[in-house]
Design a protein around this ligand. Structure first.
Ligand code: ATP
Length: 309
């Protein structure tokens, strides 16, 4: 320690699972039109931003070697974007303690970007109006605005326009992780290939997921979960079907590919059922790792303001 006192802000940010993901046609800007229900779960990254002489980033945790620690990291780009937008010339060092699976369809990179926007905004004392922060978030990626908000929300446009959804209670999930990773771009390309001969309608939100959430009814939610990307993800990684079938045999109420995969999300009746399912899935060794998550939880938020330390 140099004894120099370094202001720092720590921000916690959740991962997401899509309870419903409907993919429409490709738009003129190259993005697919989406209608989705995002749901934030308590699998989190902790992002610390602190004043430094130079811009820098480091990633720690079990998946660190799979995340770029350079200017291509979405968190780094978030800090630079906020700085240039707000006219700040005050370098930061970003540290990401990563537990959100990488390239798992749980929006880990987007989560880190959202956390960095919140952290830098606080560190620099900007108090950026929320709509401006959301606009910058949307420039960084379609999922980033949702990770600012968290909870459960309806996403439209390319996913960047989010409106909170009324929910009751807590839902228990078990996530089966596959460390191979799937590129989101490849999964969308596979979806386009699979339905090349079909007309693709504009995506509309279904009412079943919303009704289940409003009622806090886990069985109703189980039968309403839907992901248009699931067939494409399973076409690229056929073993995902085995993972899904195994979890259902082990008592999961429903199985769904999370976002673009390859993480498989299982909905469990309650906490005890989730723990039993984790044991069962681990014994069957169908995934590289099995983790428990609860949702909904809030979006990126300051957890500690270590201030001068
Ligand atoms: P999504 O669900 O939004 O499609 P994902 O969860 O499948 O995303 P990410 O974990 O966000 O995928 O990572 C996708 C790729 O982005 C990684 O392979 C990695 O190279 C790159 N990347 C850049 N910044 C980060 C970051 N902060 N955390 C994780 N990956 C990052």
């Amino acid at each position: 320690m140099t004894g120099r006192r370094t202001p720092a802000i720590e921000v916690r940010v959740p991962a997401k699972v899509n309870l419903e993901l409907r993919v429409g046609p490709v738009r003129d800007d190259g993005f697919h039109a989406l209608s989705t229900v995002y749901h934030a779960v308590d699998i989190v990254d902790d992002v610390t931003v602190r004043r430094a002489d130079d811009w820098g980033i480091e990633v720690t945790g079990p998946y660190a070697d799979r995340v770029p620690a350079d200017d291509t990291n979405l968190a780094y780009r978030a800090a630079r974007l906020l700085a240039s937008d707000r006219g700040v010339d005050d370098p930061v060092h970003i540290e990401i303690a990563k537990t959100i699976p990488v390239a798992g369809g749980m929006a880990g990179g987007s989560a880190d970007a959202a956390a960095t926007l919140v952290g830098c905004d606080a560190l620099w004392g900007l108090d950026t109006p929320r709509p401006d922060l959301e606009r910058l978030a949307a420039r960084l990626g379609s999922d980033v605005p949702f990770l600012l908000t968290g909870g459960t929300a309806l996403g439209s446009g390319r996913g960047e326009q989010v409106v909170p959804v009324l929910t009751q209670g807590t839902f228990h999930w078990v996530f089966a992780l596959h460390h191979g990773g799937l590129s989101t771009k490849d999964v969308y390309a596979e979806l386009d290939r699979l339905r090349a001969d079909e007309p693709v309608a504009d995506p509309e939100p279904g009412q079943d997921v919303m009704a289940a959430l409003r009622a806090g009814d886990v069985e109703q939610l189980a039968s309403a979960l839907h992901n248009d990307l699931e067939d494409a993800a399973c076409s690229l990684e056929p073993h995902l079907r085995t993972t899904m079938a195994t979890g259902l045999e082990q008592g999961a109420l429903a199985a769904i590919v999370s976002g673009s995969g390859p993480t498989v999300a299982f909905l469990a009746r309650d906490n005890t059922a989730a723990l039993d399912l984790m044991v069962g899935l681990s014994a069957e060794a169908v995934a590289d790792e099995v983790v428990h998550g609860r949702g909904p939880v809030g979006g990126a938020h300051v957890t500690s303001d270590p201030g001068l330390r």
